[in-house]
Design a binder for this molecule. Structure first.
Ligand SMILES: [Cu+2]
Length: 131
């Protein structure tokens, strides 16, 4: 049995890697037969106690923008208890929302946008560094 151990490890590593990849891609982007939602950081650098912004793009399939969406975005630090901070959201163009929040300290943060649309609840999230 000993000879097949490295092969098992190799396949386990591939499966883990694929799962991680799928998860990280699925998180910032959501799509089904009805709706498509994506989040992106609006700037490359975020600093403590400074506003940072994210853009959320929402379309119904067939590419119609979802206007006046019931949307919330919160930022938080995944492994800390320093709080959950809601963003101020404005619809900057039809179906495109800019969410602005203030991270309070350096480190790894997460921005999570939650949409309520018809009978669906859709979430997308992205990690960002504050330095
Ligand atoms: Cu913290």
């Amino acid at each position: 049995m000993e000879y097949c151990f490295p092969a098992v490890l190799y396949f386990a590593a591939i499966i883990l890697f694929r799962q991680f990849q799928d998860r990280s891609q699925a998180e910032a982007f959501y799509s089904d037969e009805q709706i498509r939602m994506e989040i992106q950081a609006a700037q490359s650098v975020a600093m403590p106690m400074k506003e940072t912004a994210f853009q959320i793009f929402i379309t119904e399939l067939s590419e119609n923008p979802v206007m006046s969406a019931d949307l919330e975005l919160n930022i938080s630090m995944p492994d800390m208890f320093c709080g959950v901070f809601p963003a101020v959201i404005v619809e900057s163009e039809p179906g495109v929302y800019t969410a602005t929040a203030v991270p309070v300290m350096q480190g790894l943060w997460q921005a999570e946008a939650a949409l309520r649309w018809k009978d669906q609840s859709v979430k997308v999230r992205t990690l960002f560094k504050v330095r």
